[in-house]
Design a protein around this ligand. Structure first.
Ligand code: IYR
Length: 233
């Protein structure tokens, strides 16, 4: 297996240049086995909010980010930036800023209906995962393309594209043995400031990544069954 070393450059306005695509077809029996195994492994994923401070191999996290960056995107514009935060001092600043916002949220900004929806998850304004997890991946969406000379170009389906990439990131991390949480402190403007992102980028989510703490607990939740989510027509 090898991935070609290539550097992307903008393709805006280039002609269509198709290349053959003939992946070897997987025998149906193998597909069935793999799909069933994958389903079981994905069902074992849980959102974790109590992380061990134990280090995790950085290569695993970077490979997961590379997996996420294979996501399909509107006009193949790949409108994402993944900021990998390792520096404990920066994680501490992010935690303080996130907790300041969350205190306002939980003290009333969310409203009774939202708080009631969250109650079964046991969340609150204290966010130890932001400093305990050895890595934070802060995902930014590039709302538009910003050329080196300041030229702006529209990006399409940015929310959808980045959402798909985060889904693939979560899957890659889980299947590589790591735990993660999709955390969306609101508002998230402070992340652009702390991480010095350019003006075309907007924070989408913060993913603490690591191993669950030894005393990690998760809510006793039930997933919708396939029957409840699948409609056949
Ligand atoms: N951002 C807050 C609140 C929160 C909102 C939703 I929707 C969640 O699924 C979980 C939490 C927090 O992180 O606590």
């Amino acid at each position: 297996m090898s991935i070609p070393m290539q550097t992307w450059t903008p393709t805006h306005g280039d002609p269509y240049r198709p290349v053959p695509y003939h992946p070897a077809r997987m025998p149906a029996q193998e597909s069935l086995t793999r799909a069933a195994e994958l389903r079981e492994r994905m069902d074992g994923r849980r959102t974790v909010r109590r992380f061990s401070t134990d280090p995790v191999p950085e290569r695993v996290v970077k490979d997961a980010i590379a997996c996420a960056a294979t996501a399909p995107s509107g006009a193949h514009q790949q409108p994402w930036t993944f900021v990998l935060v390792k520096d404990p001092a920066v994680r501490q600043r992010i935690r303080e800023a996130a907790e300041a916002e969350e205190r306002r949220s939980y003290a009333g900004r969310l409203g009774e209906e939202w708080l009631a929806a969250l109650r079964p998850l046991g969340t609150d304004e204290v966010k130890p995962h932001l400093t305990d997890a050895p890595y934070l991946i802060v995902v930014f969406q590039q709302r538009y393309w910003l050329g080196p000379d300041g030229t702006k170009r529209k990006h399409y389906y940015v929310d959808e594209s980045v959402g798909i990439a985060v889904g693939m990131l979560m899957s890659a991390l889980h299947l590589s043995g790591l735990a993660a949480l999709v955390h969306t402190p609101s508002p998230m403007r402070f992340l652009s400031e702390v991480l010095e992102r350019p003006k075309n980028e907007k924070a989408f989510a913060v993913l603490p990544v690591g191993y669950p703490a030894e005393d990690c607990e998760v809510p006793d939740l039930v997933r919708k069954s396939l029957d409840q989510v699948l409609v056949e027509f």
